[in-house]
Design a protein around this ligand. Structure first.
Ligand code: SF4
Ligand code: SF4
Length: 506
């Protein structure tokens, strides 16, 4: 696969010569080699600029501005600058173009076309400052029904007969999506795991496993069992919050993973349990799974390996037939199901797959929730949904459409300092997030990053309570699949039909 940069620069570095102190701080901070000092002044090679903004933020003289390079190409509505760049890059290199973060096509978000309901006269709202609104959530398998036994006639002697499956109790219905050590740095992983522990939520390891330094965070970690089986280690699995078999990922449905050998440092080699410097290639399919029965066997094996103490789930990318697949997965014994939509983030994916494969998470949640209901399975399983949950409004609408828990990663990266420059696959992240270069990794302060993640999710949870209060609902569990509290204002009535949501005014 080719790592191809933009052929025609999108950005230009403007330096205010009067304000520049010639301190060369910008030169030292730019990890992409854009800036240099020629003995007289700072000069820039704009071709290399990715607009990561590190130089502008670090400049003590406020002398740098990154602007869009608008005048370089004659405009064309069809052959846009982006399309021309793609053609030039491929005709020069002949490779598959890589991309990072989520789908960057300006496709309309369905979440933005949904409005939330609020109470007025007949149904009173609840004041979250004065009354308790519950945002706790459990994930794991729930029993089909509860059976009680009693050896007496009164309630005193009643006890639960149904054997409950392991469930993890979270303080808010949010989890940090899977990002592996390798795709992001040691400090970024550390900040995320610490935040998850302090918030009492969960975070995913991605397919790289959990480094022994982080075993203490295992109770708040979902470990991914991907097709490469990297880093799956019984030493910590017994204590993990959950295990997740990764069949697909929203940013690259039907695709495996590739961490180039040069990024497999001793730290990554220890975590993934592979030799240092070797490519970490995970196959596109699991070579032991060709049917739901095979998947059911792996679920059973993982449950047995963890002595039935840890919920075991399955992650799939949201694709055209997600609903029947979801039914098979739940019938196959999964305790939770993770759906990842086509805007989901990634450290590296072929641009063609990231931008053109899969379906929006909003439609997938509604379709899967509805189908599980029809099959009488919905209440037994926890549904986690991610792939463009950007802020609390998306989270709330995802829950109202049918998810139990919202999963996100890009907002977590942005909270830590990411500028969404989309260059994660190059391993040169100037903010110390998507890199393994030691001099860059140390730029990310673990505790500052951890606190920023905590603040972000705390504010989402407070906003969730505000909305629940306005709707007159005192528990997030009562919002789940409550589609009657949503209205559609988008241009396509068929979308409203698939979502099971009425149009505004109805
Ligand atoms: S960091 Fe700012 S002040 Fe220092 S050399 Fe660069 S542009 Fe000039
Ligand atoms: S994590 Fe770093 S490299 Fe990736 S998009 Fe954000 S700023 Fe850019």
């Amino acid at each position: 696969m080719a790592i191809v940069h933009e052929i025609l620069n999108y950005f230009k570095v403007e330096i205010n010569r009067e304000q520049c102190k010639k301190c060369k701080r910008c030169v030292n901070h730019c990890s992409y080699g854009v800036l240099s000092f020629n003995g007289e002044k700072i000069v820039s090679d704009d071709q290399k600029c990715v607009a990561c903004q590190r130089c502008a933020v670090m400049c003590p003289g406020n002398a740098i501005r990154i602007v869009q390079n608008e005048s370089f190409l004659p405009p064309h509505g069809n052959y846009t600058r982006k399309i021309r760049n793609i053609i030039w890059a491929q005709s020069g290199d002949g490779g598959v173009l890589l991309a990072a973060t989520g789908n960057d096509r300006p496709i309309r978000s369905i979440f933005d076309d949904l409005l939330l309901d609020a109470c007025q006269v007949t149904n009173p709202s609840i004041d979250p400052l004065r009354e308790k609104i519950e945002t706790k959530i459990f994930f794991g398998r729930r029993p089909e029904k509860l059976t009680f036994v009693s050896d007496q006639d009164d309630l005193e002697g009643v006890s639960l007969k149904t054997k409950l499956m392991p469930n993890f109790e979270m303080d808010m219905p949010i989890m940090v999506g899977h990002m592996s050590l390798g795709s992001i740095s040691y400090n970024a992983c550390h900040a995320i795991y610490k935040a998850a522990k302090e918030l009492n939520i969960v975070a995913g390891t991605g397919e790289g496993g959990l480094h022994p330094d982080f075993f203490e965070y295992a109770p708040n970690i979902i470990t991914e069992v991907a097709s490469g089986r990297f880093g799956v280690d019984l030493n910590y699995l017994h204590n993990a919050a959950a295990l997740e078999i990764k069949i697909g990922q929203g940013a690259k449905p039907g695709h495996g993973g590739h961490l180039p050998g040069e990024k497999v440092s001793s730290l990554i080699s220890q975590t993934r349990m592979i030799p240092k410097g070797s490519d970490a290639l995970s196959p596109y399919p699991h070579h032991d799974i060709y049917s739901i029965e095979d998947l059911a066997q792996l679920i059973a094996a993982l449950k047995e390996a963890t002595r039935y103490k840890v919920p075991v789930g399955v992650k799939i990318a949201a694709v055209h037939n997600s609903a029947p697949i979801a039914v098979g997965i739940v019938r196959g014994g999964a305790d939770f199901l993770t759906l990842d939509g086509f805007r989901g983030g990634t450290g590296a994916a072929p641009r063609i797959i990231r931008n053109h494969a899969g379906i929006p998470i909003e439609l997938a949640i509604a379709a899967v929730d509805e189908r599980l209901r029809q099959e009488g399975l919905r209440d037994q399983v926890t549904l986690i949904a991610g792939g463009s949950i950007r802020y609390s409004a998306d989270l709330i609408k995802a829950i109202a459409l049918g998810a139990d828990i919202g999963m996100c990663a890009m907002p977590v990266l942005i909270a830590m300092g990411c500028r969404v420059c989309q260059q994660c696959f190059r391993g040169l992240c100037s903010w110390g997030i998507a890199t393994q270069q030691k001099y860059l990794v140390k730029r990310l302060d673990v505790d500052i990053a951890k606190n920023r993640i905590k603040n972000l999710f705390h504010s989402w949870n407070e906003e969730l309570k505000e909305v629940l209060g306005a709707m007159g609902i005192d528990s997030v569990e009562s919002l789940r699949s409550n589609r009657d509290r949503l209205r559609y204002i988008g241009p396509n009535p068929h979308i409203a039909e698939i979502l099971g949501v009425k149009h505004a005014g109805e």
